[in-house]
Design a protein around this ligand. Structure first.
Ligand code: ATP
Ligand code: MG
Ligand code: MG
Ligand code: MG
Length: 439
């Protein structure tokens, strides 16, 4: 992409409405524009990162054997009356009527819809296990939308639903989700710690939230410092193996880690004092096992091995896709702007031409541009006739991992400058060496 032809409306001034750094940087970097409280337009740069995050979520869900599909955002209230949640859900649900006076709602979550599809089409235990999921816009009329995309009213969520014959099978699905979530967050450069949590309006006994530690997080968390030493890393996992998935769950839940809703002071005090941490966290996902709560309310049964109708065991599993942008920026920035982890960066490398219009500098930039696109990487070439200082500030703000600076003076000696956004270190080298280092 050439910056002269892109749409990147960066802001020079700090927007006064933004209270936390991720919100400020997303506005300044021209990623989002607020349209009304908690509702945003996703400008090209923000949209690009959203898509990257979404792709990682898809890849890891499909790897775990889960099946993508898409549900409508608007639902009929009748299904929610059937499950018994329509009245109880409260004011977070945006309710509306169509022209015929039928009660509709904008989906805040989709247990009912998925259970409805399941009951319409699945009849036998032989079709299980089954996990269906979607990545779709949700609406919750949050009382205090704030912090930009962190607590929006309209937000993008991955929500998955497992259908199993037995409790054991459903707990395996739960563990599979836990593993796939650990992988997902690590690919985005995040440490998200599974913590025992409260199930809220979804219901059920078993639930973990995934929290990214950050001072601006809205949840208070209590944990054993040792939990932060655990990483999933490159290990291979067989998602069909009950033992392997169970072992990961046991490992990652072996230390005290709870949100304030389930915090138990007496248990916490058993952790050696120097390891007891009280901090704040951002909830970036949650997994639930809730048994037959919805299958029983909505009559989702399959014919069991004994020929009798059996209510399926279910769980639901969510990732805050749009909230993740804020969480990643909270975890990875400096005074000059965002520092994207490689896995989600909107462009892989920025090319800054110090003297646009200089024949040699232009040609060197074009050549670099072509070498990256030839191997499938996306460069962002700042080809505008701007001061170098302004170009550097923009590149720092939007946080690409690498910057190559090209100018007539360096080119006389056959070199360009390669700068790493995270360390700030710059090194002179030939254009070929710079390309080799990035790809
Ligand atoms: P919170 O406690 O932050 O209100 P929640 O527990 O109500 O979140 P869930 O029902 O567990 O949310 O939804 C799954 C995920 O969707 C959450 O873990 C979070 O990452 C994301 N999410 C929930 N509400 C919002 C929101 N208003 N804006 C952005 N993301 C959200
Ligand atoms: Mg909520
Ligand atoms: Mg919550
Ligand atoms: Mg939650």
């Amino acid at each position: 992409m050439r910056l002269s032809r892109y749409f990147l409306p960066v802001l020079k001034e700090n927007p006064s409405e933004a209270q936390i750094v991720s919100h400020r940087l997303m506005l300044r970097a021209g990623m989002i524009k607020q349209q009304s409280a908690g509702i945003y337009s996703w400008l090209p740069l923000g949209f690009k990162v959203l898509r990257k995050i979404e792709n990682i979520v898809h890849q890891e869900q499909i790897r775990a054997g889960h099946i993508p599909m898409q549900m409508p955002t608007l639902q009929s209230a009748d299904l929610w009356r059937e499950s018994g949640r329509y009245d109880g859900y409260g004011e977070e649900m945006l309710r509306m009527q169509d022209r015929h006076g039928r009660d509709m709602l904008f989906s805040p979550t989709a247990e009912e819809l998925f259970t409805d599809v399941f009951r319409a089409h699945v009849n036998s235990y032989k079709d299980l296990p089954l996990t269906l999921y979607q990545i779709q816009w949700k609406f919750r009329d949050e009382i205090r939308p704030r912090f930009g995309v962190m607590r929006g009213r309209e937000f993008y969520m991955k929500d998955g639903y497992n259908f199993d014959l037995t409790k054991e099978d459903a707990l395996h699905a739960y563990n599979r989700h836990l593993v796939s979530y650990l992988r997902t967050y690590e690919r985005m450069g995040l440490q998200a710690i599974p913590m025992r949590a409260d199930s809220g309006p979804i219901g059920g006994d078993d639930t973990h939230e995934f929290l990214v530690l950050a001072e601006t997080g809205e949840s208070e968390v209590f944990y054993d410092r040792e939990i932060t030493d655990l990483t999933f890393g490159e290990r291979e996992i067989d998602y069909n193996s009950v033992e392997q998935c169970q072992a990961v769950l046991e490992e990652f839940t072996s230390r005290y880690a709870r949100t304030d809703e389930t915090h138990d002071e007496a248990l916490f005090n058993e952790v050696p004092e120097e390891r007891r941490c009280v901090a704040r966290g951002i909830e970036v996902g949650q997994i639930f096992y809730f048994g037959t709560k919805y299958s029983s309310a909505l009559g989702a049964t399959v014919q069991g091995p004994d020929g009798k109708p059996t209510e399926v065991h279910m769980g639901s599993h969510g990732i805050g896709v749009s909230r993740l942008l804020g969480a990643i920026i909270e975890a990875s920035h400096d005074d000059n702007g965002i520092i994207w982890p490689e896995g989600v960066t909107p462009f892989h490398v920025g090319i800054v031409n110090l003297k646009q219009g200089d024949e040699e500098a232009d040609a060197a930039c074009e050549a670099l541009y072509n070498s990256f696109t030839a191997v499938g990487l996306e460069p962002l070439y700042d080809d505008r006739k701007e001061r170098a200082g302004g170009k550097f500030a923009t590149m720092d703000l939007i946080g690409l991992p690498w910057r190559i600076t090209v100018g007539p003076r360096g080119l006389k000696n056959g070199v360009v400058e390669l700068t790493c956004r995270r360390t700030g270190e710059s090194e002179e080298m030939t254009p070929e060496q710079a390309v080799a280092k990035i790809i």
